[in-house]
Write a protein that binds this ligand. Structure first.
Ligand SMILES: Nc1ncnc2c1ncn2[C@@H]1O[C@H](COP(=O)(O)OP(=O)(O)OP(=O)(O)O)[C@@H](O)[C@H]1O
Length: 265
């Protein structure tokens, strides 16, 4: 088994005259936290949309766990073991936390209409497994207090954790986190750093993250890829990338490093 879980090679997508992503290549290794940084409009979310197959690449190749993703339909991407959270939280607002987590478990599994209708042993086993997984995630993310609360009534920071939980319930090999700290205060961002570490260390899930908060990036990332105007600027440890002259210039042009960058959402 190769050490590389996700491989992106010479990836490009152009929208009319906009080169949103241009000749981008990187590998994400199994078990690491790999983070994409870059100023607004750099192409980070577009890379996520290409991996999730929401967008189709103009050229290039994406390989996940040895399988070519380039022409895989979006629903099949999830069944291969890729889960995702969004910049704008996507949950069922009028369902409880537990119900959202159960949906997260079932969303990417196939089931038989007759088996479900008759609540056959196979369906019963699946329900039990879903419940066990949801409880495991509730425990991991400390959501016990909110298990039966409607999502609509929860504070933003808690909803963000529930969305993370929903993604974890699908049992992914790779989780894509799109700006996990956006909208969170400093304390909630610290908690998020703990969850990301736990996801990696306790669950062994590989994390690919887009993030603007450089404190969070430095705390959790094994490697960082900086992008600007659709292209790769630098790749390395958080420290190496933050002090890379091209990265500093892309962000602000004058400061010594980008460590105090925290985007106001
Ligand atoms: N569907 C689309 N149609 C046209 N242009 C697009 C589309 N999606 C993205 N773009 C353009 O591609 C460029 C990269 O956008 P993208 O959202 O990937 O940047 P980003 O690095 O994620 O920025 P941010 O940090 O602000 O979220 C932008 O110029 C954007 O306007």
């Amino acid at each position: 088994m190769t050490n590389v879980l996700l491989s992106v090679k010479d990836l490009s997508v152009h929208f009319g005259g906009v080169r949103a992503v241009h000749n981008v290549s990187f590998d994400v290794r199994r078990g690491e936290v790999f983070t994409l940084i870059g100023p607004n409009g750099a192409g980070k979310t577009t890379v996520f949309n290409l991996i999730s197959r929401i967008y189709t690449a103009t050229s290039g190749r994406i390989t996940f766990n040895g399988q070519d993703l380039t022409s895989t339909p979006p629903y099949a991407v999830a069944t291969l073991g890729i889960a995702r959270t969004f910049q704008n939280i996507e949950l069922f607002e009028h369902a409880t936390v537990l119900q959202n987590l159960l949906i997260g478990y079932h969303a990417h599994r196939t089931s038989s209409f007759w088996s479900d209708l008759l609540f056959a042993p196979r369906t019963q086993r699946s329900e039990l497994a879903a419940r066990t997984k949801a409880e495991e995630v509730i425990e991991l993310l400390n959501l016990q207090h909110y298990r039966d609360s409607l999502v609509a009534g929860l504070p933003y920071g808690t909803r963000k954790v529930v969305e993370l939980g929903r993604a974890l319930c699908s049992g992914p090999k790779l989780i894509l986190l799109d700006e996990p700290s956006s909208g969170l205060n400093v304390e909630e961002t610290e908690d998020m750093a703990w969850w990301i570490r736990d996801i990696k260390d306790e669950l062994g899930i590989t994390v690919l993250m887009v993030e603007h908060d450089m404190t969070l990036v430095s705390r959790v990332s094994d490697r960082v890829l900086a992008m600007n105007q659709g292209e790769v600027l630098a790749l390395g440890s958080p420290r190496e990338v933050q002090s890379h002259p091209g990265v500093v210039e892309a962000y602000l042009g004058t400061i010594d490093d980008v460590s105090n960058l925290r985007r106001v959402a």
